[in-house]
Design a protein around this ligand. Structure first.
Ligand SMILES: [Mn+2]
Length: 497
């Protein structure tokens, strides 16, 4: 599974090509894009479908708003939007399934795609009147209220998002229990009763969307270190790179029983590489020099209770094991006062030499994109500010906002990955024309549409970023653009009439 990264020209060409291919589905102003993405949606009611296009178009044009600001203060539109989310015939699964069909189309033609799975808590603690919320606290007393969200974002090897393949939103029961009680409860539950079944269900849902000749790699953090996930991924002929949570039993290639950590500690360093670490909540951005080691062997099932004591098939699984490579990434020596980077990655991909191991480490780092997705959903789309009076209605809104967050990310990534592509990959004709006239303060249009980088930089300027960086969210600029587009349409109509 070697990539041909030597051919940088080919790589750029393939990104541009894939960008163009996505153009039909991921472009347009709020309404146009929403109509493209959801043209197959079916609520069994034509008027409801129109209502959806209107509501979703408004929310997409002003992603950072909740219902009222998105409807530009129009009470009838806002009422229509509330009615839409209250309608029992509107389900989040209908919304999401339609997006999945488009995601599936965007996956076509890619030989390698990544499913980035992760969970995030959505905080609605200040929404005292919302019914059906659950605990989002890790502590077992004084619960904060909100909803849990588990998502799988599909990305290419270059980090271009292609859509979501699974989305689960639920309210967690507020339990009053000590950590010991929690441990006991989990120990006595079957896999299906545990929340962690989400990783496996998501894998099944994702695998079902993957085109025949496309290779799927699931990336997950320590929470995903679950034997059953490894077993299912391998049985579906898909791959995984998951961070190891704590030392595991390990059987080396010679059949010797040991542990992952022990086996790795006896392995020579394959390579030392420089990792650039982006800033996060716990650290500032820095470069870490890390040693890479790799071993291959078997992970045995931890014990048959993985399947729960009530599972009659438990004994059937006792001898199960999954073939893996364990890759250790260890910072040496760590700078003073800084927590060293120390990961062990478990994968069913081969990582026998330095090249292969480094490749898997780099692939794992794509996982960061799912964190970016949640950040876009919360900061860019302000999902936690949406006020609806039940969790059921909120879930529909969260589903729609998640799809909008994907679109915002797609725009940003296109600017970073193929800056020279034409901006029609991310903006509709009326959008880029309005943007051009607004920024250049002219009514004369250029001969050719500007590049993606140019357009996204202008969106940034419109949104108040005075620097010329294309990084960061174009969301606010995009919203201001939508206001301008509306004016542009009104003035043009007036001129016509
Ligand atoms: Mn996580």
């Amino acid at each position: 599974m070697k990539n041909d990264s030597g051919e940088i020209g080919l790589l750029v060409e393939s990104i541009v090509k894939s960008g163009n291919r996505h153009m039909k589905t991921v472009t347009g102003n709020g309404n146009e894009w929403i109509r493209g993405e959801f043209h197959q949606i079916d609520f069994g009611d034509k008027r409801l479908k129109e209502r959806f296009f209107e509501t979703a178009g408004l929310l997409s044009s002003k992603a950072s708003g909740s219902i009222h600001p998105s409807c530009h203060g129009s009470w009838s539109q806002a009422k229509g939007a509330y009615r839409f989310f209250s309608n029992e015939r509107v389900s989040e699964s209908a919304l999401f399934r339609t997006h999945c069909v488009q995601t599936q189309k965007r996956l076509e033609g890619h030989s390698l795609v990544f499913s980035l799975q992760d969970t995030s808590e959505l905080n609605f603690d200040s929404h005292k009147k919302t019914e059906g919320l659950g605990s989002i606290s890790k502590a077992y007393h004084k619960h904060k209220m909100g909803l849990m969200l588990h998502a799988s974002l599909m990305v290419t090897q270059e980090g271009l998002p292609l859509g979501l393949s699974s989305l689960k939103c639920w309210s967690r029961v507020s339990r009053e229990e000590t950590p010991q009680e929690k441990q006991r409860r989990l120990y006595q539950s079957t896999m299906k009763e545990k929340e962690s079944i989400k990783w496996i269900e998501t894998l099944y849902e994702t695998a079902a969307l993957i085109p025949k000749d496309t290779c799927l790699i699931t990336l997950g953090d320590r929470e995903a270190d679950i034997f059953e996930l490894f077993r299912v991924a391998s049985s579906l002929k898909t791959f995984f790179i998951i961070r190891n949570r704590k030392d595991r039993k390990f059987i080396d290639e010679k059949g010797k029983k040991t542990t992952v950590q022990t086996a790795l500690s006896k392995t020579p360093i394959l390579k030392t590489i420089a990792l650039t670490l982006p800033k996060n909540q716990q650290r500032v951005a820095r470069t870490a020099y890390v040693d890479i080691r790799s071993i291959s062997g078997w992970l045995p099932i931890r014990n048959n209770l993985v399947y729960g004591p009530t599972n009659k098939d438990a004994s059937r699984h006792i001898h199960e094991k999954v073939h893996v490579s364990a890759i250790s990434v260890k910072e040496q020596p760590p700078p003073e006062g800084v927590a060293p980077v120390e990961w062990v990655l478990l994968t069913n991909l081969t990582a026998t030499d330095a090249f292969e191991a480094e490749e898997k480490v780099n692939w794992y780092r794509l996982r960061w994109k799912i964190e970016e997705f949640f950040k876009t959903l919360k900061s860019g789309c302000c999902v936690e500010q949406c006020r609806l009076n039940t969790a059921t209605k909120l879930t529909k809104m969260i589903t729609l906002k998640s799809i909008i967050a994907f679109k915002l990310m797609y725009m940003t990534k296109m600017a970073a990955l193929c800056p020279e592509a034409t901006c029609t990959d991310v903006l509709s004709k009326i959008e880029w024309q309005t943007l051009y006239c607004r920024i250049q303060t002219t009514s004369r249009l250029p001969e050719h549409p500007p590049t993606v980088l140019q357009a996204i930089t202008w969106l940034g300027q419109l949104g108040g970023f005075l620097n010329r960086r294309a990084e960061g969210l174009p969301g606010i600029g995009y919203e201001i653009l939508q206001e301008n587009v509306r004016l542009f349409i009104i003035l043009n109509n007036k001129n016509c009439g």
